[in-house]
Design a protein around this ligand. Structure first.
Ligand SMILES: [Zn+2]
Ligand SMILES: [Zn+2]
Length: 436
């Protein structure tokens, strides 16, 4: 089998480039990088079958979850119900096309695409069929994962309920039950899928028989510690290890273009951070929501919305929205700026902590969409004609731009660049010690 004559006995950490011999963890256990703490492998029990069953359940639940009404708000004889789709259509009709596109993709299209992709993938692997398109399918699945935000939308539903529970009667519908189940299934799929095992199955069953063999002459007795020092690089998508001279070519497993480091990472991340700084001011200073009450319009900014919760004693919800809407974007911008600064020479301090911070920035980015989802639901649920109605306002577009640019900034950054200079100086000192 191909995996025995290439690098199945080697792991390279995707976050710090440390080269390690592979230890197979026991079922349910994981192994982490000793240098930066990145979880490198976790073996999951019965991964293909469980993922397959969950994907079928998710697909069955999808249509009722997005088409059936979630809930109805009733107040002073007025009532209004909303589905997930209606919460998006209202944004579009109000002229907020970019915001509606973001919600449309993150709450509707990407979750469906991920379910369809993982169903096709696990169905084929379960039946021991390995058509060539599986590698492309899995590659796009991995790239899309961060952009599906069902669980953030569900938290938005919860906050909307807490916000309105004092001022209106709330009737819950089957759609809410289906949507909650869909979120639970999506989370379950992300915990049962064993990506490295899936990639191995796709690769080893002959899909890529013609891929060039990779020379793997790793001398573990040397003082060299990283993949690059051993002239090895890993694919950014599927983490296959290939020889450094393959840089610029396509990965033999997933067909992503291979680079030793993400090309132009510092320039792209810097440009995206600067762009997000430009957008964060109007996103916070302009009104994000308008409430019409008996003909009088009241506009509120993100901060006004947070103060509302604190004034009404909902400290926990106020804190969640403050964290998601203000702290997270600011933390991402400051954090990524610190990481960019760390790519300069002589910035080798706290590298492990900074790499952990990078992983947090990449993880929490999507949760900033929370406030947008809350407004989407309020716009759809509170439309009582002249009596009262909620509308989205101009800051929403800027806020979505902040979320998008900071998410892309985290994606384009390559944490290994921070470690490279440190590794080089470590190697230099080792060489110095051993030179006559
Ligand atoms: Zn590492
Ligand atoms: Zn690959």
């Amino acid at each position: 089998m191909e995996s025995t004559n290439n690098n199945s006995n080697i792991i390279i950490c995707p976050d710090c480039d440390l080269l390690l011999t592979e230890q197979k963890p026991a079922l349910g256990y994981s192994i982490s990088c000793p240098r930066c703490g990145k979880r490198l492998r976790k073996r999951k029990k019965d991964s293909v079958r469980r993922t397959f069953v969950l994907s079928i359940t998710g697909l069955l639940m999808y249509l009722p979850a997005v088409l059936l009404p979630l809930m109805t708000f009733e107040s002073l004889g007025f009532s209004d119900s909303a589905t997930v789709i209606e919460s998006i259509v209202n944004f579009y009709h109000n002229g907020y096309h970019f915001v509606s596109l973001m919600v449309f993709l993150s709450a509707l299209i990407f979750p469906l695409l991920l379910l369809v992709m993982i169903f096709v993938l696990s169905f084929n692997l379960h039946r021991h069929h390995y058509p060539a398109y599986l590698r492309t399918l899995f590659k796009y699945y991995i790239h899309l994962e961060d952009w599906a935000m069902l669980e953030v939308y569900l938290l938005g539903v919860l906050i909307t309920v807490i916000k309105m529970v004092d001022s209106s009667e709330i009737v819950y519908h089957a759609g809410l039950f289906c949507f909650t189940s869909l979120v639970v299934i999506s989370i379950a799929i992300s915990t049962t899928i064993d990506k490295q095992y899936f990639w191995q199955l796709i690769e080893d069953k002959g899909v890529l028989k013609n891929s060039p063999p990779t020379p793997m002459a790793v001398d573990f007795t040397s003082k060299l510690t990283t993949g690059l020092q051993h002239k090895l690089i890993i694919c950014h998508t599927c983490e296959k290890i290939v020889a450094a001279h393959s840089a610029g070519k396509s990965c033999p497993r997933c067909a992503t273009k291979i680079h030793s480091r993400l090309p132009g990472a510092i320039g792209k991340t810097s440009a995206l951070i600067l762009t997000s700084i430009l957008f964060i001011l109007p996103a916070n200073l302009l009104p994000i929501m308008k409430v019409d009450f008996l003909g009088v319009t009241d506009e509120s900014t993100i901060l006004d919305g947070i103060i509302y919760f604190f004034q009404h004693g909902s400290f926990f919800i106020g804190f969640i929205i403050f964290t998601a809407s203000i702290l997270v974007p600011v933390f991402k911008i400051i954090g990524l700026s610190i990481l960019l600064f760390s790519t300069r020479p002589c910035a080798a301090r706290f590298l492990r902590k900074k790499t952990i911070m990078y992983r947090w920035i990449a993880f929490i980015g999507r949760w900033s969409m929370l406030d947008i989802f809350v407004i989407a639901l309020l716009v759809a649920l509170v439309d009582f004609g002249f009596f009262t109605s909620v509308h989205v306002a101009s800051a929403a577009t800027y806020f979505c731009l902040v979320v998008t640019t900071t998410m892309f900034a985290a994606i384009t950054f390559d944490p290994r660049i921070m470690w490279d200079d440190c590794t080089q100086s470590q190697s230099k000192s080792i060489l110095k010690k051993h030179s006559p």
